[in-house]
Write a protein that binds this ligand. Structure first.
Ligand SMILES: [Zn+2]
Length: 367
C-alpha cells in the first residue's frame, strides 16, 4: 500500500481539519501558513504519521502527549508563538528532524538528550539564554542551528565537541567567545557574526573568510561573571576573553612543562565519560576533591590542542599563543592552545610562513 501525503498549506485553516481521519496510511501532512492555534488531541491517534509541517501558524504550545506520535520522524513548528516545549519531547523516539525556530522559547528541556535519532535541530530565532548540557547526548545530531538568539552568551564545549556534528550555526547571538573544542568532523561553521568575540580559535581558521573582518570590530560588552579569565594582547592593548574554566595560561615559549597533575587527572577521567557518562554521576561528582573538578568534567575539555596531529583535550591550564596572518591587513586575532611546548614548537615551525605571534600579558577582568 502506498503512503498518503496531504498538501494543505496556505488554506486559511483555523483548526487542523478532522478530515485527516478519512485518509488511510497517512504519513505526511503539510499544513504550512495557516492560522492553526493548537494541535488537537485526536491528531495524536494518527500514529502512522511520519511527517508534520506546521510552519507559520499560531501555535502557542505543543501537547504533552505529542510523543504518542511514535513514528514521527519530521516535525516543523517553526514561526509559531510557542513559549516552551513539553518535557516529554525526549520520548519522541523516532524523531530525526526538529525545527522550532522563530518561536518564543526561553529554554530547551533537558529531555532533548533522549532523542537518539535526532539528526537535525533548528532552534534559531528564539529567546534562549543557555543550552542544556544534555543536548550533547543526541548522539546522531549532525546539524545544529541556533543563530539569532541574541541573549545566548556561550555554547557549552561539550555540545560543540559532539562526535557526530558536521554543521554548526550560531550567527548573531551574544557569544562572548567561541568554544575551542570543536567537533573533529565539522565541515561547515557559521559562527563569526558575534560582535563581542575578541579572538578566533585556530580550529575555526578554515571556515573564516575575510569578509568577517568587518564584524570583528564590535565593542566587547561588559562582562560581569567573576570567573572569566582574560589576557591582554600588547600590540593593540585588546583584552582577550578565554574559555570559561581557564585557570592558568603559559607563554610560548616557556622553559618547563607546566601542565598540572590536576589536568592530567581530568584528562584521564575524560575517557571514562564515553561509558557512563561520568558527568551525570552525582555520587562521583560529589566525592571529587574540589567542586571545580566536577565543573570541568561536566563541561568537557575547554579546548583541544591546536596541533592537528595531537588534538589532546585541554582543561584548566595550557600554552596560549595569539597570532595574526602575515601579509594581511586583517585585524583578526587567531588563538592557539597547546598541550605542551613540544606541540607549540612543532606548530610554530610548520606555520611560520603564514602566521606571526603577538605578545600578551595577564590582566584582570576590571582592568
Ligand atoms: Zn598537543
Amino acid at each position: 500500500m502506498s503512503k498518503t501525503v496531504l498538501h494543505w498549506s496556505y488554506r486559511d485553516y483555523r483548526n487542523v481539519p478532522i478530515d485527516l481521519f478519512l485518509y488511510e496510511n497517512l504519513e505526511e501532512v503539510y499544513l504550512k501558513e495557516n492560522f492553526i492555534t493548537q494541535i488537537p488531541k485526536w491528531l495524536l491517534n494518527l500514529t502512522n504519521l511520519k511527517f508534520i509541517h506546521l510552519s507559520g501558524n499560531a501555535l502557542e504550545e505543543l501537547p504533552d502527549d505529542i510523543y504518542y506520535l511514535e513514528n514521527l520522524e519530521f516535525l516543523d513548528v517553526s514561526n509559531n508563538k510557542i513559549t516552551s516545549l513539553p518535557h516529554t519531547i525526549g520520548e519522541m523516539k523516532s524523531l530525526q528532524r526538529l525545527n522550532v525556530s522563530g518561536n518564543k522559547l526561553t529554554e530547551i528541556p533537558k529531555g532533548i538528550g533522549r532523542l537518539k535519532k535526532l539528526e537535525v535541530l533548528d532552534i534559531c530565532a528564539n529567546q534562549l539564554t543557555s543550552l542544556p548540557m544534555e543536548m550533547s547526548e543526541c548522539s546522531h545530531l549532525n546539524e545544529l542551528s541556533m543563530s539569532d538568539n541574541t541573549q545566548l552568551t556561550y555554547i557549552p564545549e561539550r555540545i560543540a565537541n559532539m562526535q557526530s556534528l558536521q554543521f554548526l550555526a550560531a550567527e548573531r547571538c551574544g557569544l562572548l567567545y567561541l568554544p575551542a573544542a570543536l567537533a573533529k568532523f565539522v565541515n561547515r561553521v557559521n559562527i563569526f557574526q558575534n560582535p563581542s568575540i575578541t579572538h578566533i580559535p585556530m580550529i575555526y581558521e578554515t571556515f573564516f573568510a575575510s569578509f568577517y573582518d568587518a564584524i570583528q570590530t564590535g565593542m566587547p560588552r561588559n562582562i560581569e561573571h567573576p570567573h572569566f579569565f582574560f589576557v591582554r594582547e600588547k600590540a593593540n592593548n585588546t583584552k582577550l576573553l578565554l574559555p570559561f574554566g581557564t585557570l592558568e595560561v603559559f607563554h610560548v615559549p616557556s622553559v618547563e612543562n607546566r601542565i598540572t597533575l590536576y589536568d592530567d587527572c581530568l584528562h584521564s577521567l575524560n575517557y571514562l565519560n564515553f561509558f557512563l557518562p561520568l558527568y551525570k554521576n552525582e555520587i562521583l561528582l560529589n566525592s571529587l576533591p574540589t567542586k571545580y573538578m566536577g565543573d570541568h568534567i561536566k563541561n568537557g575539555p575547554i579546548a583541544r590542542c591546536t596541533h592537528r596531529n595531537c588534538f589532546n583535550p585541554l582543561y584548566t591550564s595550557y600554552y596560549f599563543m595569539p597570532v595574526k596572518r602575515r601579509n594581511s591587513t586583517s585585524k583578526t586575532i587567531f588563538s592557539c592552545n597547546f598541550c605542551s611546548m613540544y606541540c607549540a614548537n612543532l606548530w610554530s615551525k610548520e606555520n611560520i610562513k603564514k602566521y606571526y605571534s603577538i605578545e600578551w600579558e595577564l590582566c584582570d577582568a576590571d582592568d
